[in-house]
Design a protein around this ligand. Sequence first.
Ligand code: GSH
Length: 202
Amino acid sequence: MIPILYSYRRCPYAMRARMALTYSGIQVVHREIELRNKPQSLLMASPKGTVPVLCADGIVLEQSLDIMRWALAQSDPDGWSVVDESTSQSWIEKNDGPFKTMLDQYKYPNRYPDLNQEVLLDEASALMLKPMEESLQSSQYLLGNKISWIDVAIFPFIRQFSMVNPQRFNELPHESTKRWLKQHLDSELFQSVMHQYPIWLD
Ligand SMILES: N[C@@H](CCC(=O)N[C@@H](CS)C(=O)NCC(=O)O)C(=O)O
């Protein structure tokens, strides 16, 4: 059976999963959902109702990182997963934890009227963008001169952050991070996972 992927085009978690699946050459049946109107089949497979979700051969993977790991375990032609475990873990924890919180606060100022955008930008820089810049000044990718699953897992979140206020992002002194971001945005892999699908209805 071809695995089914429930996805949402603009979701950064779904983007990282789609990129890993495409890189690994795994064919999936794509089911594009609307967050406001989730299909019953998704909720039956995964009651927590987030995307991405992958249903394959009796297994249900409900976390984007699990989908990435599952894909890479099947095929990893360029060695994306050949990286130091603890360094990767600390990047992911920072990205999926406090940076994602700041990203939401920065992206939805109406929901957080007490927070100041410039302060948030400074905090997000100190937490994530500056450490990324330091790494990317000394190597082409976050964990060295070879792309790894960490670059792919983090890139959709930096993309989203940069899109909140592109002009302001551009003014930041993080030239290597901007170069890295552009390289991923322009990549064939990223372009290929941004295909627009019609909404899946059960
Ligand atoms: N930890 C999950 C997070 C996934 C997630 O939060 N996805 C968002 C979309 S970007 C979602 O489905 N939210 C549910 C909703 O908004 O109802 C993962 O890594 O897959």
